[in-house]
Design a binder for this molecule. Sequence first.
Ligand SMILES: Cc1cc2nc3c(=O)[nH]c(=O)nc-3n(C[C@H](O)[C@H](O)[C@H](O)COP(=O)(O)O)c2cc1C
Length: 246
Amino acid sequence: MENNIGKEFVRMTKYANLEPSPQSLGVPLPPLELPLPPDAEILPLPDGKAIELPALDLITLVEERESLRKYADTALSLQELAFLLWGTQGIKSISAKPITRRTVPSAGSRHPLDTFLMVNRVEGLQPGLYRYMAVEHKLAHLSAPADFNPLMTEACLKQPHVGNSAVTFMWVADVQRTIWRYCQRGYRYLYLDAAHVCQNLYLLAGAIDCGVCAIGAYDDDQVNHLLDLDGENQFAIYLATLGKRA
Ligand SMILES: Cc1cc2nc3c(=O)[nH]c(=O)nc-3n(C[C@H](O)[C@H](O)[C@H](O)COP(=O)(O)O)c2cc1C
């Protein structure tokens, strides 16, 4: 039988087919971030905007954007990582509700994404699994198996740049944050939100002599398992490798 799930998705997420939203039914606003495991080690980050950048020409930055899959052995500085995290998910303000305004757009400012990082080469950080704590602008070092890098590379269909990156960004969608307002249509917005984030990463990377490659080819179940996600309420939605230009 022909699989028409894509067409079904577009049809069933039209406004005419939506049910009353959790928001309209009085369901409380979901938290801004996923909870952290109790054994996470919390690390400070420098101010992302405190970075010194060369004189930048926006036209050149946009025109020279390309996907890069081979990286130099040079490590990123913690300042550079903080810059990239600020520019992809950084919070500019939080209202009382609370609703965040960030450096990227998000449908209804729902900001359903959390940033997980596989760190391979960042000065001052042990290689391993981290999560960006956007609200506090800090890093959480999460426990992960010793062979996390080869496992993640395998989960990304053996793409070598996943393992060879200085950092691989892994954006996780927390579905309820967007569904709360937009019901099933919110699924469209999760993917659109993630795309904006990755595009900012591409452009910011160009400003610090780094290159990026978006990663959409991965085994969902394997990546979700490695990130300890249930794969339904929270799932890896988009990945990107990054490193210094060779
Ligand atoms: C949604 C999406 C998924 C992608 N997935 C991968 C991937 O898994 N592996 C990879 O090497 N490149 C991936 N890419 C990068 C594309 O191959 C790349 O953008 C395209 O070849 C155009 O090249 P350019 O980015 O240098 O202009 C992806 C790009 C997008 C936008």
